[in-house]
Design a protein around this ligand. Structure first.
Ligand code: SF4
Length: 392
């Protein structure tokens, strides 16, 4: 049966009853996942929403802020990425940011209501002297009461342990796509090296953030293959970014065909069903989506969003748009309930969030960059930094 033909009716697929969806499985086959993709759209979203409500507040969305702490000139050749040194995208090379500047931006993000601060560096892997600096960043950002996340390229067990010892909560390393399609996108780093990094992160006791990018010319089978890799990890990643490719001029994928937004929503819903307890993050490409597509993504089970440094740029229309969308959809930011070791601070943050929600204070959730210039913008204007591959 073709994928199209099997969409005719739910009975045409051999999918377990929705009640089984509450079980976290690590034995998914590509055929099973393709059958999920082939469900009638309403059936798929209904099942995803059922799973979502078993494990999460359906109206809570986790909000993270992202800062690129080292931009450009990356030796890897990821075909989607403007930071790769292999392509001429006009993106300048920047050295590692100073710790104080990172902490200042983390403080601004916290004031804006972010619960997690993510820092990305365009490296193949961190060098020893870089690691000393970034571990100090982790300590200082953590001391503000924020969860911390980093994406620094490949890390071995020893490097992962140093990051964990500094207090890093999450490490991001995406699988990007299926093992079968991977060679079309990246040649300088192998799929198994990516899996090794995820294993090192787990071994060090950190939480895993790992997902992929859709719209790179891959097939539905490749999307199923990516989700299979992620869901069959034991344990599954706590955070799963599902990104829509942002086509950047100068990269090899700048002219790839657009992905149908409905297919993107299907992938979110399938990810939700397969990884019922993970946060599924709507990440890169969100700015290009209209409000209806974003609303469908939340309905399909996305419950995390990312802010890049656009949050800190003048005018910040994206923040206003997001605040309005949250209000229109009745969404609220998730608090740090999962951080048991920080109960006092969490309680204070939760109380502050609830107070903000009651008061409906404009600008309380999302940072208003027009209020005052941050140190990063004091040179005139904030340059738009690109996080690693735009897609953590
Ligand atoms: S996605 Fe990350 S690793 Fe790949 S080229 Fe971009 S910065 Fe480098």
């Amino acid at each position: 049966m073709t994928v199209e033909a099997s969409r005719v009716t739910t009975q045409a697929t051999n999918i377990p009853a929705p009640a089984d969806d509450s079980v976290v499985r690590h034995d998914w086959s590509v055929a099973e996942i393709e059958a999920l993709f082939a469900l009638p759209f309403n059936d798929l979203l209904f099942r995803a929403q059922q799973v979502h409500r078993q494990h999460f507040d359906p109206n809570a969305v986790q909000v993270s802020t992202l800062l690129s702490i080292k931009t450009g000139a990356c030796p890897e050749d990821c075909k989607y990425c403007p930071q790769s040194g292999h392509y001429n995208t006009g993106l300048g090379k920047e050295k590692l940011m100073e710790i104080e500047k990172v902490v200042e931006q983390a403080r601004a993000a916290k004031d804006a209501g972010a619960s997690r601060f993510c820092m990305g560096a365009a490296w193949k892997s961190p060098r020893e002297r870089d690691l000393e600096v970034v571990t100090e960043m982790v300590r200082q950002v953590k001391s503000l009461g924020l969860e911390t996340c980093m994406t620094l390229g490949m890390v071995d067990t020893d490097q992962a342990r140093k990051l964990a010892d500094a207090g890093l909560d999450y490490y991001n390393h995406n699988l990007d796509t299926s093992p079968e399609y991977y060679g079309e996108i990246i040649t300088t780093r192998s799929y198994s090296e990516r899996l090794d990094t995820l294993a090192s992160v787990r071994e060090a006791g950190m939480k895993v953030c790992s997902g992929g990018i859709l719209g790179m010319g891959e097939t539905t089978t490749d999307r199923a293959g990516l989700l299979r890799q992620l869901a069959n990890l034991e344990p599954q990643p706590e955070s799963v970014p599902i990104n829509m490719l942002v086509k950047v001029a100068g990269t090899p994928l700048e002219n790839v065909d657009d992905l149908d937004p409905i297919e993107f929503i299907r992938a979110i819903a399938v990810a939700r069903i397969m990884m019922p307890k993970s946060h599924v993050r709507l990440s890169a490409g969100r700015e290009q989506m209209d409000d209806s597509t974003q609303a469908l993504a939340f309905l399909a089970g996305a419950n995390s969003i990312f802010y890049g440094e656009r949050l800190l740029t003048t005018g910040n229309p994206q923040a206003n748009r997001d605040r309005e969308l949250f209000e229109r959809l009745g969404l609220h930011p998730e608090t740090r309930q999962e951080v048991a070791s920080d109960e006092v601070r969490e309680a204070a943050l939760k109380a502050a969030m609830e107070e903000q929600a009651r008061a409906n204070v404009e600008g309380s959730l999302f940072y208003d960059a027009t209020r005052e210039a941050t140190p990063a913008s004091s040179e005139g204007q904030v340059r738009e930094r690109k996080p690693c591959g735009l897609v953590v």
